[in-house]
Design a binder for this molecule. Sequence first.
Ligand code: FUB
Length: 478
Amino acid sequence: MSRRRWPAALCALVTAAAAIAVATPAQAANPIITSIYTADPAPLVVGNTMYIYAGRDEAPAGGTNFQMREWHVLSSTDAANWTHHGAKANIGTFPWAGADAWASEVEPRNGKYYWYTSVNGNGAGWMNIGVAVGDSPLGPFTDAKGGPLISDSTPNSSGLNIDPTVFVDDDGQAYMYWGGYWGPRAVRLASNMIDTVGSVVTPTGLTNFWEAPWMFKRNGLYYMMYAANDTGGCVTNSNYACQRYATATNPLGPWTHRGVVLGQVSSTTNHAGIVEFNGQWYIVYHNANAPSGGNFRRSVAVDRLYFNADGTIQPVVQTTTGPPANPGGGGGGSGTNLGPSAAASTSYVSSWESLAAINNGGTPANSQDRSNLAYGNWPQQGVQWVEYQWPTAKSINKSSVYWFDDNQGIDVPASCQLQYWNGSAYVPVSLQSACGVAGNTENVSNFTSAISTTRLRLQITSRSGLSTGVLEWKAFQS
Ligand code: FUB
């Protein structure tokens, strides 16, 4: 696959162009958006919404190189009907960069959203990894670091420092994988999410790795999907790429190659992400199938992804229809909500608020909605908790929490943790992604496997100088 460098230029124009923000519905079909060309999609689930962060292809018809200056965001509450929110970051977001808004991924942590990007710096070397940060999935995003997180001068960096994928494990340790030109790399990230910790390592076992890693965890097993371009079961012509995958029992490997997830697509590049949403798994990828599309005019598509009972992944069936609408059940969970049948307790409740709010079955309109009571713990700060207790053990595989924010002393928390009583102690529930702290939405937590317990606890850590509250907390029977 040829890649040509193009001169760093036009930053100011980029900023102006990206300021045109739109929120328009897109059709339920593949590609999911055809009003512009989009590429390198990275899905993220926050509450009952799936977001896709994607680059924009602006090459003219017949163009022979990438022209990419912006990163756009789409969202959906059913994985079929998509809203285009426009460009939420661009090359101008990074004052030290000059061109090439290539693949990116957003990772939430501590109530913030970190957008890791491949971008061409102005200085020596070519591609760098930058990181922007915002307070919501839609930003606004600003440069978090003032310079690249990874560059050609990073010891043991990849031959092409592109395509970051960031993963935060249950113990809070964050990892970043990235790389191109057959050079995968990995490094630990600090809890501030904008510094690396320790040495850059070269992971082993990612057979035929070319670029575009995507990391996730399911049932305690780590998965790494990545683009390969070999002709030994991957593609018919090595100008194209497929998505292979490997698994590991340690986040830094060693990895064991498992096969092809997504075969050759109609564009030469192949870049994808995998996510669980409303109880089903999806792959988000790009192809050249939009009208007048091409290798540098790509478009994002979404399809279902299926696991076998042994944890291996079935090869994806690429469709033109996209997946059927999956709005989830009961707003954030599809099983029976065990909250209303539980006895609730808490470390502290303000005398004018009500603990009964958390399991009285309300559906808040937003985080300020007190119409069905509100639980708050002002003036307490730091760690507080609410708990459900049942007379007999319940099997639970999902939780959702709607945070209270009174725009005064109570705000969404800095972090949260689900814990359960194992008969002798409270222990953390293993979640498929970090406990969500977004306002104005249900923060759904899928457990990596169902737990059986009589007591489920939601531990809440406040933001500095603030207290916390809950409007509704659901615990779903598996
Ligand atoms: O879109 C530019 C580059 O092409 C990405 O960074 C790669 O993953 C490939 O899709």
